[in-house]
Design a protein around this ligand. Structure first.
Ligand code: GLU
Length: 472
């Protein structure tokens, strides 16, 4: 990022202002929504080896217009108050866009997780959770953390265990955090959810012939050449699902230590195995390693998926982009300076606050599952299975034909939890895309999809505030 460019938080606020100016909501209300309501900065000591380290950490609640507030916890050396504030703000808009009834929040601990042993990470996570409990910053109806960059189900299990230690008799206690392991009150399909949502979003955008024509592409995700920057949880699932279910071609993958490229397409499953074995994506058979670490930006492709951190596409490198679509799987990967250049170049940007909302959507399903104390599908699976079987029997009787055993099994299957989660996620992502796109089409003054997404979110958050009677 160049020094003239704005910080991530300023970019979010500028994008907000650009959208807010196109609405008729009262100025005071727009000013209230824009700010982060509660910022909790903490320092606590943790014994690492023989010495004590002072850990810097945050939890920010951007808006309590709906409760609980919701958002992940990030472990990264880059964490600072402004970054967490930017991410918490995005969570408010993200939840509103996909109609998930939460306010936005985010947490961060300023550490490089790979520099710590598992035991140290456990101590840090537990202590962080205790700090949240002490100040009333966590709870099923207050604020519900989840995984983010540098954290996963292991950390969520530690948070849950710590919370349970302090919550005697609280019946819904396990809903205090989402993204938990399935055997500890998690939900099937949460780990893949953000990547799967990214796939549904891209697929939906690509399915519109008119929009694709406008950017010089044919409709459909099948055959589209994709480059993924960042091959963590979000990047790897986005790539794998786009390849397996969408028939897209993954032509490039970039990580912190380099980029691999193969115009014929990289087999994502094989790449994951290769990385597991060697510790790196580099050296994968059949692929070329690009000389410069930054070369991912200029690979000839149709869709570029930045799936790592913020500010990756900036005013310095934006002009090198060859893709026609930038699909923001990460939060804030495009700076304000880059956005101007990219829009000028006619590139379509699928905005983060819509495109990566699959994670929080499935977190919502997990939270609901925890509150209902029952797995999805338990009540209706057998009933549906029996109904479908009797339909098949009737058809067979009437037609005097037999449906094969394999087909019968497919047709009569009742939905399991994973089927329902995927179905709910697909419905959410498809509906939200059309809401944003239609809004942009309907109101000619809205210049781009990000602004449309912001206005969609803002209208919902503002109506909630109005309904509370805060702004008569
Ligand atoms: N960290 C994810 C995000 O940025 C998921 C948040 C959640 O599930 O609450 O959207």
């Amino acid at each position: 990022m160049t020094t003239q460019e704005h910080s991530f938080y300023t970019t979010v606020q500028r994008n907000y202002d650009k959208a807010a100016a196109l609405t008729d909501w009262p100025k005071g209300l727009l000013a209230q929504i824009r700010e982060c309501n509660s910022v909790y900065q903490m320092r606590f000591p943790v014994k690492v080896g023989n010495h004590y380290e002072v850990i810097e950490a945050y939890r920010v609640q951007h808006s309590q217009h709906r409760q609980p507030t919701k958002g992940g916890i990030r472990y990264s050396a880059m964490v600072d108050q402004e970054e967490v504030m930017a991410l918490a703000s995005l969570m408010t808009y993200k939840c509103a866009i996909v109609d998930v009834p939460f306010g936005g929040a985010k947490g961060g601990i300023k550490i490089s997780p790979h520099k710590y042993s598992e035991n140290d990470l456990k101590k840090i996570t537990r202590r962080y959770t205790v700090e949240l409990i002490k100040k009333g910053f966590i709870g099923p109806g207050i604020d519900v953390p989840a995984p983010d960059y540098g954290t996963g189900e292991r950390e969520m299990a530690w948070i849950l265990d710590t919370y349970l230690t302090f919550s005697r008799g609280e019946i819904d206690a396990v809903a205090c955090v989402t993204g938990k392991p399935v055997n500890q009150n998690g939900i099937r399909g949460r780990t893949e959810a953000t990547g799967r949502g990214v796939y549904y979003g891209i697929r939906e955008a690509c399915s519109n012939a008119e929009d694709m024509k406008a950017i010089g592409l044919t409709p459909g995700i099948a055959g589209k050449r994709i480059v993924v920057q960042g091959f963590g949880n979000v990047g790897s699932y986005s790539a794998a699902i786009s390849q397996n279910e969408g028939d897209a071609k993954i032509v490039g993958v970039a990580e912190y230590n380099g980029t691999i490229y193969d115009p014929k397409g990289i087999d994502v499953a094989k790449l994951l195995k290769h990385r597991k074995k060697t510790g790196s994506i580099l050296g994968m058979a059949g692929t070329k390693t690009l000389a410069n670490k930054q070369d991912w930006i200029s690979i000839d492709c149709d869709i570029l998926i930045p799936a790592a951190l913020e500010n990756q596409i900036n005013a310095e490198n934006a002009h090198k982009v060859k893709a026609k679509i930038i699909a923001e799987a990460a939060n804030g990967p495009v700076t304000a300076g880059a956005e101007e250049i990219l829009l000028e170049m006619g590139i379509m940007i699928l905005p983060d606050m819509y495109l990566n909302a699959g994670g929080v959507t499935v977190s919502y399903f997990e939270w609901l599952k925890n509150l209902s104390h029952m797995r999805f599908g338990r009540m209706e699976k057998r009933f549906n299975q029996n109904t479908y079987s009797s339909i098949i029997d009737t058809v067979e009787k009437l037609t005097h034909q037999n449906i094969g055993d394999k087909e019968k099994r497919i047709i009569t299957r009742g939905a399991d939890e994973i089927d329902l989660v995927r179905s709910g996620l697909e419905e959410t992502m498809v509906t939200a895309y059309h809401n944003i796109r239609d809004l942009k089409k309907r109101r000619k003054k809205i210049p781009d999809l990000r602004t449309a997404a912001f206005i969609n979110a803002l209208d919902k958050v503002a109506s909630d505030y109005m309904a509370m009677g805060v702004f008569p």
